[in-house]
Design a protein around this ligand. Structure first.
Ligand SMILES: N[C@@H](CCC(=O)N[C@@H](CS)C(=O)NCC(=O)O)C(=O)O
Length: 207
């Protein structure tokens, strides 16, 4: 399978999950502005919506929408710690959190990246986002992950969101549990491998 990604974008969530569960994959970088792949071909031919992530399966089918790609990978992994099986109520708790991250956090951040958003609109979104992050910080508690000791589907997604706070919200000092979570995720081999692959590992980019 092949993951279409852009460095540091929300596609990093399935990218990390692929490494967590050890599924073999290729990764193709997308220039989101030009909607082009590195070989110059048209990304819109892969995903007419123009967004990452997209996951091309060996059958040739292309799956889009982060929340669904994560769920697909969780099922492919067949690994109950990551995504409990159908019929197990804990599955819906995990998916509930993925959905919250997608609709309540990710989409609000997306708005802050929009160059046409006015300062006034951005302040409204920032204040709203703060409340959502207060909730997540409380849910996380001592963690270390959203559902305790094991990394589950929503953790890589939440990690990406916390990575965006530096630029957009002045960091995570207001949310100590989220800050500890972010630092803990940075220690994971899967995360470091993906950051290195995407050219974002700080110790390597600053030397
Ligand atoms: N509905 C999509 C949205 C994904 C999304 O917003 N991706 C951003 C990067 S984080 C993107 O590709 N933006 C460029 C664009 O939409 O043109 C999903 O949930 O997967």
């Amino acid at each position: 399978m092949k993951l279409y990604y852009s460095p540091g974008a929300c596609s990093q969530a399935p990218h990390i999950l692929l490494h967590e569960i050890g599924l073999e994959h290729d990764a193709a970088r997308v220039d989101l502005r030009a909607k082009r792949l590195e070989d110059g071909s048209d990304y819109l031919a892969v995903n007419p919506k123009g967004a990452v992530p997209a996951l091309e399966l060996d059958s040739g089918e292309v799956l889009t929408e982060n929340a669904v790609i994560l769920q697909y990978l969780g099922d492919r992994a067949n690994w109950p710690e990551v995504l409990p099986p159908m019929g197990d109520f804990r599955r819906y708790r995990v998916l509930e959190m993925v959905n919250f991250i997608t609709t309540e956090l990710h989409k609000r951040f997306g708005f802050l990246f929009n160059p046409n958003a006015t300062d006034e609109m951005k302040q409204l979104v920032i204040s709203d986002l703060g409340k959502k992050l207060d909730y997540i910080d409380q849910e996380l508690g001592a963690g270390p992950y959203l559902f305790g000791e094991d990394v589950k589907l929503p953790d890589p997604y939440l990690f990406v969101i916390t990575s965006w706070t530096d630029k957009m919200l002045g960091g995570l000092d207001r949310w100590p549990n989220l800050k500890a979570f972010h630092e803990g995720m940075l220690e994971r081999r899967s995360v470091r491998n993906v950051l290195r692959f995407e050219g974002l590992l700080e110790e390597e980019t600053t030397t």
